[in-house]
Design a protein around this ligand. Structure first.
Ligand SMILES: [Zn+2]
Length: 157
């Protein structure tokens, strides 16, 4: 890491701190040559392989825009979408891989989206899992209803 002030090729780490979401490390550095101080942020790279084969870096904004369409007209805020995108990134990073395909991102979205809004979840799942008939919706809704019943019985107990 070159010093941004004098371009010296070395620097000393004087403080390291993990960000609140645990996904990056901020380091405070000092140049041994000129004494200048600066910060760097390190994030492990995470790449997405698109269906076309193109590789691009993971973007929370892309997760949000994909989910935003499914949330039209639903009581879902931008903050909800940001939290969902963060949850998706965390769950993907927890698997320890540095490269995933868009399909796996879709899978990682389904869980938190279901918690957020079931209608948006059904819309997203219908596109992502390529629902073809009303039966596909019936099956997905039956699963949601079964979960509701299970949760209700757990609350009664
Ligand atoms: Zn320097």
């Amino acid at each position: 890491m070159h010093c941004p002030f004098c371009r010296h090729s070395d620097s000393r780490v004087i403080d390291s701190r993990t960000s609140d979401d645990g996904l990056s490390i901020r380091r405070r550095r000092q140049c041994p040559e000129c004494g200048g101080r600066f910060s760097t942020i390190e994030t492990a790279s995470l790449n997405v392989i698109k269906r076309s084969g193109v590789i691009e870096s993971f973007s929370r904004e892309k997760v949000m825009s994909g989910v935003r369409k499914a949330c039209q007209g639903r009581p879902v805020t931008e903050a909800d979408l940001a939290m969902l995108a963060q949850a998706v990134e965390e769950s993907v990073r927890q698997t320890g891989v540095s490269q995933i395909d868009t399909n796996e991102i879709g899978l990682a979205i389904l869980g938190p989206l279901r918690e957020l809004d079931e209608i948006a979840y059904l819309r997203f799942a219908s596109v992502y899992q390529a629902f073809e008939t009303l039966d596909d919706f019936d099956d997905a809704i039956a699963l949601l209803r079964a979960d509701h019943a299970e949760r209700a019985s757990r609350q009664d107990a």
